[in-house]
Design a protein around this ligand. Sequence first.
Ligand code: KG4
Ligand code: ZN
Length: 342
Amino acid sequence: MEKETIYILAIESSCDDTSAAVLCNNKMLSNVVSTQKIHEEYGGVVPELASRAHQQNIVPVVHQALSIANIDKKQLSAIAFTRGPGLMGSLLVGTSFAKSLAMGLGIPLIEVNHMQAHILAHFIETENKSKPEFPFLGMTISGGHTQIVLVKDYFDMEILGESLDDAVGEAFDKSAKVLGLPYPGGPLIDKYAQLGNPKAFPFTKPRVDGLNFSFSGLKTGILYFIQRETKKNPNFITENLNDICASIQYTIIEILMDKLKKAVKQTGVNQIAIGGGVSANSGIRNALKKATKTHGWTTYIPEFQYCTDNAAMIGIVGFLKYTQGDFSKQDITAKARYAIGS
Ligand code: KG4
Ligand code: ZN
């Protein structure tokens, strides 16, 4: 008997990106992301403005995803959507839209945990790329989260460590703000860091027990350092931007790599898969590539388009749940706090 072809329409609206994707089984046919520019002028995501922008974007973004995939909505097998974690007002837009569309088309609805999706993005079919084997360590590094997770199976994940305060993406963005760079500053720090000396300015790394992280002290350390130096030389930032960014990035990557080494030692698992916006960072990518040689790790780094928030990662989880018959009821609600293991 021929295997059924499954078409999933996936919707992601947890923060400030409105995204829709179509998958045919585990293959991505389209992955449309509309990034909300409005937040740049506020130096961070404004929840109220994010939900309004989702309202405006969701219909055109879904249309575009179907049109690029060349799929009619009548061909869809199910609708997958991000249930949480995220901003409630933002989640409600995607959740309500997905529920209505699934009901209108008379097809199943599938809820997806955004943090699981960042990890399971590795299972989207990609040419010449092997997939992680269970068990592996997942490290999700984004603007909202920093976690090291033991992934025993698709839907069996255990948090080994997480940030006690700021997420690593926030550490990048807040440091960038101190340097007068626009939001989100992570990609800019990365850009300038590649031209600078990572050992130019040593910053103190936080001491945190076990596999947990803390980034708020580093942020304050950087702020005080910049205030001190600009008092002596008002042009300190412009004259040293590359070296400052390289030093900040070096410190943050060291913090992440130190914990990963600890996690490998603790679990005996040396397959590492990263996910989340910060996995686009050149420093972490290079450090992980190096670790394959120096520590014998097998590392998995997602394609750039699957690093930051996107609906294709929601779609792959939708596909995996579809094959397991794991569907959601129409009375399901969005969940702003939603642990990865629950
Ligand atoms: O996963 P994501 O798109 O959204 C969240 O769920 O948070 O991650 C966004 C975060 C932002 O903090 C952004 O500055 C950071 O990822 N980011 C980077 C880079 N690209 C995105 N941080 C450092 N280097 C990058 N190249
Ligand atoms: Zn994310």
